[in-house]
Design a protein around this ligand. Structure first.
Ligand code: XIL
Length: 343
């Protein structure tokens, strides 16, 4: 639709509005919608570790480059997602020179050597990627989902953590800063940052890191929310807590499921209008709060753009989802009007 307002223009004085994309969405209707409605892009998958370095020393930049080029051609910003993650990361990182999984090593001298090797691989990767994109990409997810309150010490028991402790986090941030300078902003990104135990563990981790001089600029809040939770108040409380540490807050993966986590129902193709109106009301509440608390959140990125393409339709189960402001035909939904015409 060309005769409707633009979300990015509506919030031009508040924060950039972004969307996650795949390279194959950068033509046709999706491209037109993106150009009008957002002024920032992030790669849904094309800048993950398995996409960029499938095997050691083999870098595949094509898909990532396509997104950067489209953004530059259209005057949009780009965010980088993500330098480090436990998922979508090739296994070669975690094998020693003999091909043995580092986590299986019991000899302490070899464990120490493996840790050094893994941190070296990480350091090389971070410097290579940051050097390539630092002029075009100013906002970087350095680590993703490293805190997990249910795991020992509240740290996700990933290969990264099991082999290096928290040193991988330190290495990644320091390498990114050294390669990119102060001009790029470095984030720790996670989901469920509104939940007190998760939020407080991230806070503690970041504080420890900052005290050691590790360059962390802000917290990325994924913000995969649903019609009922979390409350906007809980989200604001989290943003405010990190702000007190002097950190920037950004919303990095916003979408709104029609279902609660444990609900296994499915509305099917025709989502009831009252559900779409409830969704609109909740989007309105969130954007009103962001506008009222100017500066608390400095960027908002949706994890997609229209309801025809969303990771939620197969996560946690396969069912009809409609998490965005535009429906599967690219038409503005009640949620769109709530966001461009806040109360
Ligand atoms: C998801 C993508 O949307 C899917 O296409 C892919 O199959 C799996 O990853 N948190 C994140 C994102 O940080 O990288 C995830 O993206 C969604 C949850």
């Amino acid at each position: 639709e060309t005769d409707i307002p633009s979300v990015a223009e509506t919030y031009a004085d508040d924060f950039p509005i972004g969307a996650a994309v795949e390279p194959n969405q950068l033509s046709g209707l999706t491209a037109e919608l993106l150009k009008k409605q957002v002024n920032s892009l992030v790669a849904e998958n094309a800048m993950k570790p398995d996409a960029i370095q499938p095997s050691e020393g083999v870098f595949t930049w094509d898909r990532a480059d396509q997104i950067v080029k489209f953004a530059m051609d259209n005057g949009m910003a780009v965010r980088f997602h993500t330098l480090v993650w436990h998922s979508q990361t090739p296994n070669w990182y975690f094998l020693d020179e003999a091909g043995k999984p580092m986590v299986d090593e019991t000899d302490s001298a070899k464990r120490e050597a493996n840790k050094k090797l893994l941190l070296k691989r990480l350091d090389t990767y971070v410097r290579t990627v940051v050097a390539r994109y630092k002029d075009d990409i100013k906002s970087w997810d350095v680590v993703n989902e490293v805190v997990e309150p249910g795991d020992p010490d509240g740290m996700r028991a990933s290969n990264w953590y099991l082999i290096t402790g928290t040193d991988y986090i330190e290495t990644a941030f320091r390498a990114a800063r050294e390669a990119g300078g102060k001009d790029i902003k470095l984030y720790i990104n996670d989901y469920g940052t509104d939940a007190a135990n998760k939020r407080d563990r991230i806070y503690e981790l970041v504080k420890t890191m900052l005290d050691k001089g590790v360059p962390i600029d802000g917290v990325g809040h994924q913000t995969h929310i649903n019609l009922l939770s979390p409350s906007v108040d809980a989200m604001l409380a989290s943003f405010n807590k990190f702000k007190e540490l002097g950190l920037d807050n950004i919303i990095t993966e916003l979408d709104m499921s029609l279902y609660t986590w444990n609900d296994r129902s499915d509305y099917g193709e025709d989502v009831p209008q009252d559900v779409l109106l409830r969704q609109a009301a909740r989007y309105r509440e969130l954007f009103d709060a962001l506008k009222a608390n100017k500066g608390l959140v400095s960027a908002v990125t949706f994890w997609g753009i229209a309801d025809n393409h969303t990771w939620l339709s197969s996560f946690p189960i396969t069912r009809t989802e409609a998490p965005f402001l535009f429906d599967k035909y690219y038409h503005a939904k009640p949620a769109f009007w709530a966001v461009v015409d806040p109360s």
